[in-house]
Write a protein of this length. Structure first.
Length: 427
């Protein structure tokens, strides 16, 4: 029986799109080993850190979903008595979306607050990752916005990793992504012609080329549409993709650009099988974000590696929604932050008898093969393959938007799987 493997394209899509319009850098703080972890006394709280680029160049709401989901989970755990009697004490740090700010947060949480672990890290510029790794502090369930989770040991991204994680990204500086998203729409919905819309901006254009390579590998006819970054003419792009008969539209745009593209598609009457977006845009704010484009809005599809946050028929999702009902909006990143906090809790609980230390939690994480957060995640894998896989059996979660109903799950994410080639790209 084949082992289920998770989608890599779904995770890298959101990461790339977040980095399109912003760049941040910073010098690293001095590094130390922190060899001597101390056990948490039986009555003491368990302290965890959550680093979020809350005030980042791409907007305050862009990165807060994982943080909010993790905090909601820990609040619920504390209301039920904590982890074997240990209350979870959450220390939040906003790194401002810069490398300098991220290093400051890492120093504060590791050196001064003495956290046992980081949870649900969501940083635009994770400059402090080498320090976290050298300190052997487990970073659990972080969002792979950059290559850190495929570079450093002791960092455990929410989607897992097959890379050696020896200080170099991926394999010799290259990461790999599959073509499962394109295979899905070809096989399940008969898509044959795909339009890829990007800005004439380096990061956007580079990601668009990767998408085009994947589509061509799956036999699509590909139509490239590039718009000016400063003065984008989305109407012209929409008119051309209509004339070319595109039945699938993908993009390398930010959220605002996606909304404007959808509005232009409605204006010119470009109706497609699917306008495919990414996990970062898998939110309850679709009616507001795409308010002027009802036809395109109802052609929105999304793919990822976690169970649809709108699928309250699932008991694990229902528990998440009940705990977060006070939040003004809901998102897939919130659900993944909740899953990250659950992951830490499982690790800490396994250590409670002997002492909840960094080393014990890290050892649990290193052997957490197949973790699925009670069915919320496609089972996660951590391996250190010497060479990149040429192909993978990869599963994905799929949903589509419908006004009045929200995001509707399409099929079973544990059975929507394909054996697809892996394509190299440079992060």
């Amino acid at each position: 029986m084949r082992r289920r493997r998770r989608s890599r394209v779904a995770e890298s899509a959101a990461a790339t799109l977040l980095l399109l319009l912003s760049a941040a850098c910073g010098s690293r703080l001095p590094e130390s080993d922190f060899e001597h972890a101390t056990a948490t006394p039986r009555t003491a709280p368990v302290r965890v850190g959550v680093i979020t680029s809350t005030t980042s160049p791409v907007g305050g709401a862009a990165f807060t979903g994982p943080r909010d989901g993790a905090v909601a989970y820990f609040d619920r755990i504390n209301a039920r008595g904590g982890i074997d009697g240990h209350r979870v004490e959450v220390r939040l740090c906003d790194d401002g979306g810069s490398g300098v700010g991220n290093n400051t947060c890492v120093h504060q949480l590791l050196d001064e607050d003495k956290v046992v672990a980081l949870v649900a890290t969501t940083s635009l510029a994770y400059a402090g990752a080498p320090r976290v790794s050298r300190a052997r502090v487990p970073d659990i369930g972080g969002q792979p916005i950059g290559p850190a989770y495929d570079t450093w040991p002791h960092l455990y991204g929410i989607y897992g990793s097959l890379a050696p994680r020896n200080g170099t990204p991926g394999w010799g500086g290259e990461l790999y992504g599959g073509t499962e998203v394109y295979r899905y729409f070809k096989r399940e919905h008969g898509a044959r012609t795909a339009a890829v819309v990007s800005y004439n901006q380096p990061a956007s254009a580079s990601y668009a080329r990767l998408v085009e390579r994947g589509l061509k590998a799956e036999g699509y006819r590909v139509v490239g549409e590039q718009v000016d970054f400063a003065l984008p003419n989305f109407r012209a792009a929409a008119a051309d993709l209509k004339a070319q008969g595109a039945d699938l539209v993908l993009d390398a745009l930010d959220t605002h650009g996606n909304a404007r593209l959808c509005e232009a598609m409605d204006q010119v009457g470009a109706h497609v099988t699917a306008k495919v977006t990414n996990v970062q845009n898998w939110t309850s704010t679709v009616p507001e974000d795409y308010g002027n484009s009802p036809a395109c809005r109802n052609a929105l599809w999304v793919t990822g590696s976690s169970r649809n946050f709108d699928d309250t028929s699932d008991p694990a999702v229902r528990e998440f929604r009940e705990a977060t009902k006070g939040l003004p909006t809901h998102s897939q990143w919130q659900l993944e932050g909740w899953a990250a906090a659950l992951w830490f809790t499982r690790a800490a609980r396994s250590c409670a008898a002997s002492g909840i230390t960094r080393a014990c939690v890290d050892a649990f994480m290193d052997r957490s093969e197949g973790f699925d957060a009670g069915g919320l995640l496609i089972p996660v894998r951590f391996e250190r393959l010497a060479a990149p896989p040429k192909a993978r059996w990869t599963c994905l979660s799929v949903a589509r938007w419908r006004d009045g109903r929200g995001w509707i799950t399409q099929g079973d994410m544990d059975r929507t799987c394909f054996d697809v080639p892996q394509l190299a790209y440079t992060p």
